[in-house]
Design a protein around this ligand. Structure first.
Ligand code: VGL
Ligand code: ZN
Length: 201
């Protein structure tokens, strides 16, 4: 694949795989396909959800709230999650089967205690950048292929932001898996299509 296309691998971490704190069904099954795709792309980016303990996206940080409830944050509605991907923990490590050696860059996100960050490009205020856009532009990248976890949250937000920034976006759905909370997968598919992303089954 030419170097104007980057593969962006979203959050293939222990906590999002079976047995993890925020396990996505079959989350580990996409790893062989992702490893193969990494061999086929010159530019590979990995993202790593990387929260400080007590992060504001954790239900445990809000008295009386349970995981998967919604709250209003200053930047908008936010789903509350079980504690997950705490910096330095086993759950935050990449799954051991993921071939990380050929990655050009690893973006850690969700580090700000006050703001969640689903997207590889912006925090959930939708305006604080992670720096990935600049990196991709510097490399001459104009199109991105997105894979990883979870389809309806971090892949979805990353895909929409990439499209808004003017990249051509393909989401390879066979190499993604979803959390699917109350129709979130259908909503995510619609939103990604609306944003101009190509969804490949
Ligand atoms: C994610 C929920 C919370 C994801 C990350 O990777 O999709 N979802 N943090
Ligand atoms: Zn998270």
């Amino acid at each position: 694949m030419s170097s104007d296309t980057a593969l962006i691998v979203i959050d293939v971490q222990n906590d999002f795989c079976p047995g993890g704190a925020l396990a996505v069904a079959e989350g580990d099954q996409i790893i062989p396909l992702i490893n193969k795709m990494m061999d086929e792309h010159d530019v590979c980016i990995l993202t790593q959800d990387w929260h400080p303990a007590g992060h504001s996206s954790f239900a445990s940080s809000h008295e009386g709230q349970q995981p998967y409830e919604m709250i209003d944050m200053p930047y908008g509605p936010q789903v509350l999650w079980p504690d997950h991907c705490i910096q330095g923990s086993h759950g935050a490590q990449f799954h051991t089967d993921l071939k990380t050696d050929t990655a050009d860059m690893i973006i850690r996100k969700g580090c700000n205690p006050q703001i969640d960050s689903y997207s590889a490009f912006f925090e959930n205020d939708r305006k604080t950048p992670t720096g990935l856009e600049g990196y991709l532009r510097t490399c001459g990248v104009s199109s991105v292929v997105l894979v990883g976890l979870a389809t309806d949250f971090c892949v979805n937000y990353s895909a929409q932001d990439a499209a808004k920034l003017g990249f051509s976006v393909t989401v390879e759905l066979s190499a993604c898996r979803a959390i699917d909370l109350a129709g979130s997968l259908d909503q995510a598919r619609q939103a990604m299509l609306q944003a101009g992303c190509v969804l490949r089954d």
